[in-house]
Design a protein around this ligand. Structure first.
Ligand SMILES: Cc1ncc(COP(=O)(O)O)c(C=O)c1O
Length: 378
């Protein structure tokens, strides 16, 4: 989908026309479950029930689709609800090939919920340059890039060129459409946890699917209506408000992320630093090609006492999640990725010494001082 304006302008104006009745520049939150009908089945503006559609949700879906370069958008009650909606399109015997470093909750959904319906899941390191052989009956390729928490990157255009009839879905949560637009690189569908950068303020849970394929959209819209994991109008309104500053925030997250990564990379108490903006990152070339900057997420190996380090931090809050204006720190092994069995987690490289940072929008000097101070005591 062609954008008429630059990203920043679209983010502020698309699907944000002043309300007709009053001229309110910010359209109201349509906090309603149902809509008065003129006669049975004769609707005023196509709305009959808010699980099916709601004006506040529709505006968000249109705005988000525009920013991802998609024709269609669908909002869900969480990122995993959006993932689940996509998986319901599969049938017993179908295969999903996923990257081997997906978000723990995605892995749990694959292994502990959908596997028992006869869907097969296999995993491969999709960040390696050599092509991966697709298992027979592969219907869906699931790419997270950058991955959570090891910040691996897959070359989206490369995977798209080899996907055959399988659908390629990209979890674009870590990058956001400001840094990376997978549909333009050949993906069929983009997934977001709107909880993260899109909302941007750690105050909602939400998810979204974006596509330009009309048939796929109709099938997913049917699932959205039938399974019913929809977000509230208020949450939709908050995410839509968040979108308006997405470009500014992502630029600042990326600047702060790079500054923190560079500091950590030369610190004696730090082992490997996983940040695609560092030249030594194994996928740095791919990152430079398909992302416009490198975002605010990074992980590193601590050579020291993890608990002690975490206790000394004053600005970074120990918490799950990411993508908000405030900086967060987590230990993936015991937090976000605890649902992955220990042996599998270690095989993937997620040890207890791995620390994940969501670098926020505080002043970078304060963030660096906070980390330096905690590292000294670790
Ligand atoms: C990359 C990624 N995808 C999906 C999700 C799931 O989103 P939600 O927590 O909104 O269900 C998360 C949550 O942390 C995530 O980090």
């Amino acid at each position: 989908m062609e954008q008429a304006w630059h990203f920043e302008t679209e983010a502020i104006h698309h699907a944000q026309q002043p309300e007709e009745a009053t001229g309110a520049v910010i359209p109201p939150i349509y906090a309603t479950s149902t809509y008065a009908q003129l006669e049975p089945g004769v609707l005023r503006q196509g709305f009959d029930y808010s699980r099916a559609d709601n004006p506040t949700r529709r505006r968000l879906e249109q705005a988000l689709a525009r920013l991802e370069g998609a024709r269609y958008g669908l909002a869900f009650a969480s990122g995993v609800a959006a993932t689940s909606a996509l998986l319901t399109l599969l049938a017993p015997g179908d295969q999903v090939l996923a990257g081997d470093d997906t978000y723990g909750g995605t892995y749990r959904l694959f292994e502990q919920v959908y596997r028992k319906y006869g869907i097969g899941f296999s995993y491969a390191d999709l960040s390696r340059p050599e092509p991966v052989k697709l298992p027979d009956r592969t219907k869906l390729i699931w790419l997270e890039t950058p991955t959570n928490p090891l910040m691996k990157l897959a070359d989206i255009a490369e995977v798209a060129a080899r996907k055959g009839p399988a659908l390629l879905a990209v979890d674009n949560t870590f990058a956001s459409p400001y840094l990376q637009r997978p549909l333009e690189l050949g993906a069929d569908i983009v997934l977001h946890s709107m909880t993260k950068y899109l909302g941007g303020h750690s105050d909602i849970i939400g998810g979204a699917l974006l596509t330009s394929d009309a048939e796929l959209y109709e099938r997913l819209k049917f699932i959205q209506l039938s399974v019913g994991a929809v977000p509230s109008p208020f949450d939709c309104w908050l995410v839509h408000r968040g979108l308006k500053t997405l470009a500014l925030r992502m630029r600042a997250h990326s600047e702060n992320g790079l500054a923190v990564a560079r500091m950590l990379a030369q610190h004696p108490k730090v082992g490997r630093v996983y940040y695609p903006g560092l030249e030594e990152h194994p996928n740095h070339q791919v990152a430079a090609r398909q992302m416009s900057a490198y975002g605010g997420m990074l992980s590193f190996e601590l050579k020291g006492n993890v608990k002690h380090f975490l206790r000394q931090l004053k600005i970074f809050t120990l918490a799950e999640s990411l993508g908000g204006v405030e900086s967060l720190v987590s230990q993936p092994a015991t937090m976000t990725h605890a649902s992955i069995p220990r042996a599998e987690r270690l095989r993937r490289g997620i040890g207890d010494e791995l620390i994940r940072l969501s670098v926020g929008l505080e002043h970078p000097a304060d963030l660096i001082a906070d980390l330096n101070n905690a590292l000294e005591d670790a």
